[in-house]
Design a binder for this molecule. Sequence first.
Ligand SMILES: Nc1ncnc2c1ncn2[C@@H]1O[C@H](COP(=O)(O)OP(=O)(O)O)[C@@H](O)[C@H]1O
Ligand SMILES: [Mg+2]
Length: 253
Amino acid sequence: MVLSFISIKKFADEPYSKILGYPKATSRQIRSRINELEKLKIKSISLTGPTTLGNLAILGKGYVGVVVLAKKGSKQVALKIRRTDSPRNEMRNEAVLLKLVNTVNVGPKMFVASKNFLVMEYLEGIKIIEWVNTLKGKGSAKKLKSTVRKILEDCYRLDQIGFDHGELSNISKHVIVGKTKSTLIDFESSSTNRRPSNVTSVTQAIFIGSGIAKKTQKIYKNPPKEKIIKILKQYKQEKSQENFEKLLKILKL
Ligand SMILES: Nc1ncnc2c1ncn2[C@@H]1O[C@H](COP(=O)(O)OP(=O)(O)O)[C@@H](O)[C@H]1O
Ligand SMILES: [Mg+2]
């Protein structure tokens, strides 16, 4: 599909201005945000993606930000725009956290950030909850296993650096599965001051909880919950490579 990109200058006016200042902004705020984008070398935005804001297609929306596909120079990037009613008063903190997880090859690559914007690698793909629904027939168990293993390995590396994502118990929105890779996203609630529970949260969400767990059960026969809970307890006590590998083994990954 050929995407059309709209110059950010056009985002000063309706309907596009909604994207830069959602849910509500003054024209002065919008102009200042366009200036900020120019400094970040963001030239244009493409209105594409699975979600909509009014009538405009976007990549996604959460409590903190509105995410759109944009061009920085000639490169396609994901632009996270701080909502005007966001609980966070700037994007830099999230940028620092994203930079940190990038050091262990987790998350979309963080490029640059400012008060109201975060520019990161654009991830092509779909949310894991939708991806699981696309699985059927021969080969789906193998696909599911390798994707889940990759996600748990990312979680393990985060546990190792003492980093807690914070929202992985609700995994459905926090992993984007693409053709060649799966990536954890949204580090705005993350912390380096909590006990990390990335591996345990994801294991619970995928194998023990409702939602995704119900579907994985249908794709391949998971081990009994008590067995998983027992090894998770051990792993919680000691987050060693050995315990992590035991977990992978029990999960048949
Ligand atoms: N790097 C990215 N590439 C593609 N889509 C993304 C990217 N980051 C976020 N999204 C989409 O935007 C949505 C909202 O982003 P998220 O970071 O979760 O915002 P919030 O912090 O407001 O919850 C995500 O659920 C996802 O669908
Ligand atoms: Mg979110």
